[in-house]
Design a protein around this ligand. Structure first.
Ligand code: SF4
Length: 88
């Protein structure tokens, strides 16, 4: 559960602005090494973000299917949700 409302934490997001592009795949096919590099850049920004926990909670709560949220990509979030389901 997020500690802040969505609009409150999003106002504090470190990914606001032009760097937001690295958080989602480009509209063309992306090679595996390009994806890894792009995601590493995004995750480095997340690592400096003060609302990383709220962001990840939101992405898990609403099932964000694409992009980097809370320092995790879609596969990592899917695995987190599976573990959450198995634990309940
Ligand atoms: S954790 Fe990452 S994706 Fe989430 S708001 Fe912060 S910088 Fe953006």
């Amino acid at each position: 559960m997020s500690a802040l409302l969505v609009d409150e934490w999003q106002d504090k997001a470190a990914c606001r602005g032009p760097q937001a592009a690295v958080f989602f795949p480009p509209p063309r096919t992306e090679r595996r090494d390009e994806k890894a590099e792009r995601e590493a850049r995004a995750k480095a920004i997340c690592g400096q973000c003060s609302v990383i926990d709220d962001c990840l909670d939101h992405a898990l709560d609403v099932g964000e299917a694409h992009g980097i949220w809370g320092g995790r990509n879609e596969i990592e979030r899917r695995n987190m949700l599976l573990l959450r389901t198995e634990a309940s």
